[in-house]
Design a protein around this ligand. Structure first.
Ligand SMILES: Cc1cc2nc3c(=O)[nH]c(=O)nc-3n(C[C@H](O)[C@H](O)[C@H](O)COP(=O)(O)O)c2cc1C
Length: 215
């Protein structure tokens, strides 16, 4: 069990940090390392229904802050991770991009793809837009957890942000051509950087309160 202690210690050490020193910047090599490992997150059908925008540009972070409930950590953190999930409006079997993604992912010919499509049981049917978007967002939260663990393992402080205006944030990213239009929803955000020292740890509920072992 060579990794258990390390993993337990990473989980125990992670806590939300909201108070960043904006003069301390995460190095590009650490960011690249993290992105290189976070991509190994599992996903249904291996479709990886996400994209990660990593924003370090101070002007863009400042402009984003009002859209993200004016949370101060958006502009003071070193890097803002925006986790985008595929939108059902685009990611469905009637879409060319969907077909190309599945074919590339699975190394399928067009004929094989037609057969494989049936295994999706109509889940990716064009009528199921909301369900597909929800499916993609849920999976992006697995990516989120891996990202938090990686950041913490690198001793980079972090906090998840779910408080933002979804519509305005997406509009901002599309209008500024930071992402292709209509392809994504914003799933969740993470601020990362180096915080000031006061770190209070939230008390967690005990195992018998949050779980039941059935034998
Ligand atoms: C989905 C999600 C959304 C969150 N949104 C915010 C947020 O908008 N702003 C914030 O300061 N913290 C946010 N948090 C952080 C939680 O407040 C924090 O995880 C919780 O209080 C437990 O503290 P801990 O992370 O230190 O264990 C969010 C966490 C999650 C998982």
């Amino acid at each position: 069990m060579p990794y258990v202690k390390e993993l337990e210690s990473i989980i125990l050490n992670r806590k939300s940090i909201r108070n960043y020193d904006n003069t301390k910047i995460i190095t590009d090599s650490k960011i690249n390392d993290i992105l290189n490992y976070v991509r190994h997150t599992p996903s249904a059908y291996g479709l990886e229904p996400w994209k990660i925008l990593v924003i370090s540009n101070p002007k863009i972070k400042k402009e984003l802050q009002p859209i993200i409930n004016n949370q101060e950590q958006v502009s003071s953190c070193s890097h803002l991770f925006i986790l985008l999930s595929y939108s059902g409006e685009t990611f469905n079997t009637s879409n060319d991009w969907f077909m190309k993604t599945v074919m590339k992912n699975r190394n399928l010919t067009k004929v094989q793809y037609e057969t494989y499509k049936l295994t999706f049981n109509n889940f990716f049917d064009v009528e199921q837009k909301v369900q597909i978007s929800h499916w993609a967002q849920c999976q992006t939260f697995i990516l989120l957890q891996n990202l938090l663990l990686l950041l913490t393992a690198h001793e980079i402080d972090n906090v998840v942000l779910g408080g933002f205006n979804k519509k305005l944030l997406l509009q901002f990213l599309e209008t500024n051509k930071l992402i292709e239009p209509h392809k994504y929803h914003v799933a969740v955000l993470v601020c990362a950087g180096y915080g000031h020292s006061s770190k209070t740890k939230i008390i967690k509920r005990e195992p018998d309160e949050i779980s039941a072992i059935i034998k």
